[in-house]
Ligand binder design. Structure first.
Ligand code: PLP
Length: 425
């Protein structure tokens, strides 16, 4: 067993893994496998009744994916995790046990563009809705919460501007009103921020980004702190009341703090099927082994590039919270002491035209819609990842037409600055 007092750098390599018991293989085998042999009818019955936990079918669980789940839960300090096919599916997986038709959530205005879209339009098909609010305005959060509000959702370091969220302040409101706080920790990673320490109840990740790190594999995860009381006020009947989709089983009565995790396997993954493929779990685990090494370099590079851009005469504004001049400097010290990530936006004085010219002239930066890659990436959000947003939503997300988003990679910062310099000229 792995000692729980090991430090982050040790846990990112070892947590959840052990040499393969049948072959001694040291690296995690890829269990490219759909089904698992039952020992007997009684064994199969016990598994299907959730009286014994074990692998049944890879839509529900898989040994390679399980290692990644255990590793992410350990790094985030949660009691368990569920992986899924993408960050977007992880968001649905986080909400599914909490929400009934007619329910709503409070969501930050500063979210990944795809999430704004998912929460504005797509979740309406489930009968859910989202109220968007600037989460720095906690009075406004309290005002919007009603008897049908089942979650508050924000990003720790927000995409695209790298705005750093005051998690302790929001969690205070969430706790007072007994609403779970869900934090998307994609852009910070557990290396830069531990949302559970600041009162979050669930964490979601797009493991597609920094966790896997090399832009190879889509993936997502939900991690449960195990600390939220799902039985209070009968607000979360899927977890506290008899579940018709599981012959009347009461998940909280039966599994206590593991109710959310077991429900996610037994009902959410079983019926929605947004499962992570074992190959993707394997690639994600390879990336995760070097997370802290990469994040240190991402952060120091981002600082260098942001500082340089901030002094450039063509630049109107750089949003990087890691700049000494940032209005978030104190918040960074308190909540993100190892750095403010490597994602920020740059507003150019030359407007939209200047943005297009810059993107057309970079050589080293890749023009893609990903982030959190070892490679440095650039994009014009208003015409791409935030294109489906209304102009008003774009402005609220900090995305005027003269704004570019940079995701700073782990290359040599001198080369990155050289590339931006020649392109700006
Ligand atoms: C990319 C991203 C998502 C969506 O994740 P996918 O893996 O692309 O589905 C959600 N939240 C944030 C902050 C992201 O950057």
């Amino acid at each position: 067993m792995l000692k729980s007092d090991y430090k982050f750098d040790t846990l990112q390599v070892h947590a959840g893994a052990r040499p393969d018991p049948s072959t001694g293989a040291r690296q995690i085998p890829i269990y490219q496998n759909t089904a698992y042999v039952f020992k007997s009818i009684l064994h199969a019955e016990a598994l299907f009744d959730l009286k014994e936990l074990g692998h049944i079918y890879s839509r529900l669980s898989n040994p390679t994916v399980s290692v990644l789940q255990e590793r992410l839960a350990t790094l985030e300090g949660g009691i368990g995790a569920i992986c899924s096919s993408s960050g977007h599916s992880a968001q649905i997986l986080a909400l599914f046990p909490l929400m009934q038709p007619g329910d709503n959530l409070i969501a930050s205005t500063r979210l990944y563009g795809g999430t704004v879209q998912q929460f504005t339009n797509t979740i309406k098909k489930f009968g859910w809705s989202a109220n968007f609010v600037d989460v720095d305005d906690t009075d406004q959060i309290s005002k919007l919460i009603n008897s049908k509000t089942k979650a508050i959702f924000c990003e720790s370091i927000s995409n695209p501007g790298g705005h750093v969220t005051d998690l302790p302040k929001i969690s205070k409101v969430a706790k007072k009103l007994s609403i779970p706080l869900i934090v998307d920790n994609t852009a910070a990673t557990p290396y830069l921020c531990n949302p559970f320490k600041f009162g979050a109840d669930l964490i979601v990740h797009s493991t597609t980004k920094y966790i896997s790190g090399n832009g190879t594999s889509l993936g997502g995860a939900v991690i449960d702190s195990g600390s939220f009381n799902w039985t209070k006020n009968n607000k979360f009947p899927s977890l506290s009341e008899p579940e018709p989709g599981y012959h009347g089983l009461k998940f909280h009565d039966t599994f206590g703090p593991y109710a959310f995790i077991i429900y996610s396997i037994a009902v959410s993954l079983r019926d929605l099927g947004m499962t992570m493929a074992p190959q993707n779990a394997f690639h994600t685990l390879l990336g995760l082994e070097t997370l802290s090494l990469r994040m240190k370099k991402h952060v120091s590079n981002a600082k260098r590039v942001a500082e340089w851009l901030n002094k450039h005469p063509e630049v109107e504004e750089v949003t990087y919270a890691g700049l000494k001049s940032s209005k978030y400097a104190n918040r960074v010290k308190k909540i993100y002491p190892k750095g403010a990530g490597a994602l920020f936006t740059v507003a150019l004085k030359g407007g939209y035209e200047a943005c297009i010219k810059l993107i057309n002239n970079v050589n080293l930066f890749s023009h893609v819609s990903n982030l959190g890659d070892t490679r440095s990436l650039i994009i014009h959000p208003a015409s791409t990842v935030h294109r489906q947003l209304t102009p008003e939503q774009q402005v609220k997300a900090g995305l005027a037409p003269n704004v570019l988003r940079l995701s700073i990679g782990i290359e040599d910062p001198i080369d990155l600055i050289k590339d931006l310099k020649q392109a700006l000229e």
